[in-house]
Design a protein around this ligand. Structure first.
Ligand SMILES: [Zn+2]
Ligand SMILES: [Zn+2]
Length: 358
């Protein structure tokens, strides 16, 4: 099969021949990719280095050696099934849950693949959606998304799921209590849409970009603030509409986490989501004396993905802006993301592909 692969980190992706997925056995499935969202973590993987705070780690440590095929927000059509597959048949279009674990440890058996210590994530450790096909080790990782638009559904596998799982850690919460979201990229916008669908009214969004703040407001944020302003801490305390006790940090770098811990009032809960690196030094006393709680949130579980898809189909989930592009535009899409020029999400769509892209 063909794939838009990273052959040299940071350089334009190249369209090359790669190995076909193996013929499926047992409950395994092979899916032909029809849609694949482009996520900010793909930019880090493309660069070949991940900033873990105090040092840069090469992606080879995650098992990614060139050429590797990224893309983890995948919708595709089933093309081959193992003999034990019961829930899907060739031709079915499904959303792929990519955060697949080993399948045998206690976390995986409890349905929390995203916490598995031996992950096999599609588009990270296993060949992803920037290729023609992906191998799915069990049919339980395929999700029916009903009448949802497939390009939109693809974004639920990562940005939507991550936002949902982060929100779930803070719920239930009175709808008028402030929830502060730091960052209004793909994740932050997904969080606004989900919070609105859950009936939450007081969503406060902090972002550097005026365009992102505008999009956040149009999706239903009650208040948006420029996180770069000098008096951001004071402005947040004054305008949040109540004590700040709930923050989700979709950026999560040294500056944003410092701001968050300065803003959190007694009983505050802070969900760290972003992978932008950096470190944080805090006086430990503030945790017991202010009764603070920190959650780390890494994507979400298959069960949470099912809940999110049900919510999206039953509630009026405001749609994040989506731009569909052919796969041949993948390098341009990654570059635009890196430069902060993407409003919402870019989704690579098979329908837009030229028949013989180079
Ligand atoms: Zn992602
Ligand atoms: Zn496991």
């Amino acid at each position: 099969m063909r794939a838009w692969a990273v052959t040299e980190p940071g350089q334009p992706l190249t369209h090359i021949d790669v190995a076909d997925p193996p013929a499926p056995k047992g409950a395994e499935v092979v899916v032909e990719v029809t849609h694949c969202g482009v996520c900010h973590s793909d930019v880090h993987f493309w660069d070949g280095l991940i900033d873990v705070g105090d040092r840069m780690v090469p992606v080879a440590a995650l098992g990614m050696t060139t050429p590797y095929t990224l893309g983890h927000e995948i919708v595709g059509r089933v093309v081959a099934t193992g003999p034990d597959v019961r829930q899907v048949k060739p031709g079915d279009q499904r959303l792929v849950y990519p955060w697949i674990g080993c399948g045998t440890c206690t976390d995986c058996l409890r349905g929390e693949d995203n916490l598995c210590a031996s992950p096999r994530s599609i588009g990270v450790r296993a060949s992803g959606g920037f290729g023609d096909r992906v191998f799915v080790p069990h049919e339980r990782y395929l999700f029916d998304f009903g009448r949802l638009d497939p390009a939109l559904a693809s974004t639920y596998a990562c940005s939507g799921l991550t936002a949902y799982s982060a929100i779930r850690k803070l719920m239930p919460l009175p709808p008028g209590d402030p929830i502060v979201l730091i960052g209004a990229g793909g994740l932050g916008l997904s969080a606004i849409a989900i919070l609105r669908a859950l009936g939450h009214r007081n969503i406060v969004v902090l972002d550097l970009s005026a365009q992102n703040r505008e999009t956040a407001a149009s999706l239903g944020a009650r208040l948006t603030l420029d996180i770069g302003r000098e008096d951001i801490a004071a402005a947040l305390a004054e305008k949040a509409g109540g004590p700040v006790k709930s923050i989700i940090d979709f950026v999560n770098n040294s500056d944003t986490s410092k701001l968050a811990f300065g803003a959190l009032q007694k009983g505050g809960r802070h969900v760290m989501v972003g992978l932008f690196g950096g470190t944080l030094t805090l006086p430990l006393m503030v945790f017991p004396t202010r009764g603070l709680t920190i959650f780390g949130n890494y994507v979400g579980s298959p069960g949470e993905l099912r809940e999110l898809l049900d919510l999206a189909q039953s509630a009026d989930l405001p749609e994040i802006p989506i731009t569909c592009q052919p796969k041949s535009q993948v390098t341009a899409a990654l570059t635009a993301l890196r430069e902060g020029r993407v409003k919402g999400r870019i989704v690579l769509s098979q329908e837009l592909e030229e028949p013989d892209a180079p």
